[in-house]
Design a protein around this ligand. Sequence first.
Ligand SMILES: Cc1cc2nc3c(=O)[nH]c(=O)nc-3n(C[C@H](O)[C@H](O)[C@H](O)COP(=O)(O)O)c2cc1C
Length: 309
Amino acid sequence: MLRIAQLQFSSPFVLAPLAGYTDLPFRLLCRRYGAAYCVSEMISCHGLVYLHSNTVRMLNSIPEEKPVSFQLFGAEPDIMAEAAVILESYQPDMIDINMGCPVKKVTKRGAGAALMTRPDLAEEIISKIIKKVSLPVTVKIRSGKDQQNINSVEFAKMIEGCGAAAVTVHARTWAQGFSGTITPDIIRRVKEAVTIPVIGNGDILSLQDGRTLMSDTGCDGVMIGRGALGNPWLFSDTERPKSLAAITEVAKQHLQLMEQFLPAEKVLGYVKNQMCRYYKALPGCSSLRRQIFDAPTLSALKGLLTEME
Ligand SMILES: Cc1cc2nc3c(=O)[nH]c(=O)nc-3n(C[C@H](O)[C@H](O)[C@H](O)COP(=O)(O)O)c2cc1C
């Protein structure tokens, strides 16, 4: 059973943080289908400290989705600690620190995966956050900067030494971005080196894939990202339904949650992004997706979904 600090989870399968996707509606849906817990989109420490409205909106949560983890990104230790205190006041169950994002916008400021090249700075960030908050703090990392600089084992030991409650390892390097394949052995080596829970991540498309990763590496849990997009069924260990009607039923449920919890002016854009994922694997999907993208209004989009039922 997966345990992180005092928290016990009914499943070892966790929804990964996915910017642009893991908002409250999608997290709720994945929890309903059985995800152990979900991680929010990455939240900027500056956005939090300056209380930017778009950042504060990301903290929207309701009791039904608990337990939930909010993820923080940034590179300045004092600002990260200040932001973590604000994050804690919104009462998530855990705080995760992003040390794995390879996106330029994030790494050029020294945050995300760039922190794996500066372990001293990373250590200062983690320690300062842990000193300031009482929630369990977890850290999400990659295998290292590139094939010549794999440092996940030493990095994970540093994370454990700071008092973090768990570490997630996306077993690709920063240089790999999202291409190529993961190296499961990296997860195995991290698991052997630390005593805190290790969550393996990368390329998991079914719970069976996840079980294999756990038995191959000994990791305590598995984080699933892209495989869950348009596919929350994954967490209930069932295959994506084959019929358009069955898929549309869940797509509509997702749409309804988005209308309920997202600001009206944002819904159409978000909905299109998420809805297209549902129809990815179906015959004729490209024309379906085009129709979704071309829908001028939310009611036109709803009409389209009703026709698909
Ligand atoms: C669209 C997208 C957005 C992502 N956003 C985040 C993020 O906000 N924070 C983070 O730590 N990782 C982020 N990731 C990385 C994922 O959490 C995960 O580590 C990666 O996709 C590998 O897992 P997967 O193969 O199951 O997708 C993102 C990945 C994608 C594709």
